[in-house]
Design a protein around this ligand. Structure first.
Ligand code: MN
Length: 207
């Protein structure tokens, strides 16, 4: 198990075929304001790849874009809505098809309101991940070892969670509605970027 740090793009051919786990780190929560600093990706084989973007990056990352834009390759996220918007805005790629562990959790773990990644990894995989570096300076010229380890751990367990959630969704008869939600997520991300982030267009409220 190794964490690989790359600048501006993924080297060619480092990922095995099949689903990839994807996460992003940004300067904050407002996507057009807070730049994309890091994209983490893993094929589930034990290694994590971190791709760092400079403050003036053109996000011209052909190898990474080819993987993210490959409609034949499933992308696993935790809270895909945010990552999809950041990737769409900065890289101009719709990184689908999507499986989101947060949506899956909300659909099957109806006995709790705790749907954070740390909680899912703890309950479903019996492992402990630290969230200490979550709010740190991802735009710094050098990422600390703690930041790199945190960033890698955010994609490390998504394949295992995907396996568990597929079984749980099937058991509860919610696979189909989950898939419909996942299919809508790129559109939800586009609505966020287009100014409807705080407004639910399905709500009866007119605002
Ligand atoms: Mn993360």
């Amino acid at each position: 198990m190794t964490v690989h740090l790359h600048e501006e793009d993924l080297p060619e051919g480092v990922l095995a075929s099949g689903p990839v786990a994807v996460d992003t780190e940004t300067m904050g929560l407002i996507t057009p304001r807070d730049r994309l600093c890091l994209l983490q990706i893993s094929d589930g084989g034990g290694d994590e790849h971190l791709v760092r973007f400079a403050p003036d990056s053109s996000f011209d990352a052909p190898n990474l874009k080819a993987v993210l834009g490959d409609s034949g390759r499933l992308k696993l996220y935790h809270f895909a809505r945010f990552d999809l918007a950041a990737i769409q805005h900065y890289m101009n790629v719709t990184a689908s098809p999507v499986f989101c562990t947060k949506i899956a959790s909300k659909l099957v773990r109806t006995y709790t309101d705790r749907h954070g990644l740390k909680e899912l990894v703890r309950e479903m995989l019996g492992k402990d991940i630290s969230k200490q570096q979550q709010s740190s300076d991802w735009g710094a010229p050098e990422l600390t070892d703690a930041q790199q380890e945190y960033a890698a751990s955010d994609v490390r367990y998504l394949h295992s969670l995907h396996d568990k959630f597929r079984i749980r969704l099937e058991r509860e008869g919610r696979s189909e509605i989950a898939q419909a939600c996942f299919d809508f997520l790129p559109t939800r991300a586009r609505l966020d970027l287009a100014g409807w982030a705080e407004h639910d267009i399905f709500s009866h409220e007119s605002t």
